[in-house]
Design a protein around this ligand. Structure first.
Ligand code: BV8
Length: 250
C-alpha cells in the first residue's frame, strides 16, 4: 500500500494525533457494526432498545440485550488496528476519541481515551447513581436492583436522546482541534453530536485522514481517504512510521 506523499510529510512533522473511531474498528474483532449489512440495528430497532424509555418500559429486555453484547465483547480481542493505535503512542502524542463502548482500545493498551458513548463494562443505579462495574455485579438475565436503594441498574452507555458526558465530549473535541492529524476510523459519521468532532478538527486546521472500507458522510471533508480495513491499514501506517523512523519532533 503506497501512501500519498502529502500524508507522509504530515506524518513526519506531526506531534499530536487523534484517532476518532467507530464500530468499524472493532468489526475485525468480531463485533458487528450498527449500520453495515450485518449491523446490529438491522436486527433490532434502536428506538426499541437503546433508549431510556425503552429501558424503563422493559428493563429486562434491554438489560438482556446488553448482556448479550457484553458476552460478545468479553470474548472479543483487540485487533491489529487497536494495537497499532496503542503502539503509535511511542512516536506521537496520541489521543483516542471513540464512540465505541467495547473497551477494546483500553485493552489494546491505549492510554489517553475519551469515551463519548460510555462503556459497556460499567453500570449505574438510575436512582442513586451508585456505580456497579463488572465483575462486581453478577451478570443476571434481568436488570439488577441497586444494593443501596433498590433502584434499577442500567448500562453506563449513552442512549439516543441522552446527553454525552460533558468531560468526555469537550476533552475529545479539544484534542481533535489541537491535533496535527485527525484519523477518522471505522465510522459512518451519522451520529451526532459525536460526528461534529472531526468537523471541529477540520475547522481548526487539522489534517483529516479517513480510514474506511467505503465512502461515508465524512469523505467529502477528508483531506485523504484510505479505503481498506482498519486492521490492515493502521499496521501499515505504523510500519511506515517505524521504517522511516518518523519520530515526533516534540
Ligand atoms: C443527543 C451507545 C440530544 C449505545 C450509541 C436527526 C438528525 C441528526 C441527529 C439526530 C436526528 N434525530 C436524532 C438525532 C440525534 C441522535 C443521532 O445522531 N441520531 C442519528 C442516528 C440520526 N443522537 C443522539 O440521540 C445523541 N444524543 O442528541 O441528545 C440532547 C440534547 C440536549 C439535551 C438532551 C439530549 C446520543 C447518540 C448516542 C447513541 N448511542 N451507542 C449502544 O451502543 O448501545 S450510538 C452508536 O452509533 C454507537 O455508539 C456507534 O459507535 C455510533 C456511531 O455508529 P458507528 O460507530 O459509525 O458505526 P456504524 O455501524 O454506523 O458504521 C461503521 C462504519 O465502519 C461504516 O462506515 C463501515 O463502512 C465501517 N467499517 C466496517 N468494517 C470496517 C470499517 N471500517 C474500517 N475497517 C473495517 N474493517
Amino acid at each position: 500500500m503506497q501512501f500519498k506523499s502529502e500524508f507522509l510529510q504530515k506524518l513526519s512533522s506531526a506531534k499530536k494525533i487523534v484517532f476518532f473511531t467507530g464500530a468499524g474498528i472493532s468489526a475485525e474483532s468480531g463485533i458487528s457494526t450498527f449500520r453495515g449489512k450485518d449491523g446490529i440495528w438491522n436486527k433490532m430497532k434502536p428506538e426499541e432498545l437503546a433508549n431510556f424509555d425503552a429501558f424503563m418500559r422493559n428493563p429486562d429486555l434491554v438489560w438482556e440485550w446488553y448482556q448479550h453484547r457484553r458476552d460478545i465483547v468479553h470474548k472479543a480481542q483487540p485487533n491489529a488496528g487497536h494495537i497499532a493505535i496503542a503502539e503509535l503512542e511511542k512516536y506521537f502524542d496520541v489521543t483516542v476519541v471513540t464512540q465505541n463502548i467495547d473497551n477494546l482500545h483500553r485493552r489494546a493498551g491505549s492510554k489517553k481515551i475519551f469515551e463519548l458513548h460510555g462503556n459497556i463494562e460499567r453500570n449505574y443505579c438510575v436512582e442513586c447513581h451508585t456505580f456497579y462495574n463488572l465483575p462486581d455485579i453478577e451478570l443476571t438475565h434481568s436488570a439488577p436492583k441497586c444494593k443501596n436503594c433498590g433502584g434499577l441498574v442500567r448500562p453506563d452507555v449513552v442512549w439516543f436522546g441522552e446527553m454525552l458526558p460533558e468531560d468526555q465530549f469537550s476533552g475529545g473535541e479539544k484534542a481533535a482541534e489541537w491535533s496535527d492529524i485527525c484519523f477518522v476510523v471505522g465510522t459512518s459519521a451519522v451520529v451526532y453530536p459525536a460526528a461534529y468532532i472531526p468537523l471541529a478538527a477540520k475547522r481548526a486546521g487539522s489534517y483529516i485522514v479517513e480510514v474506511n472500507i467505503e465512502p461515508t458522510d465524512l469523505t467529502q471533508f477528508a483531506d485523504y481517504s484510505i479505503f481498506g480495513k482498519a486492521g490492515e491499514v493502521l499496521p501499515k501506517i505504523l510500519n511506515e512510521v517505524k521504517s522511516s523512523k518518523i519520530q515526533s519532533p516534540g
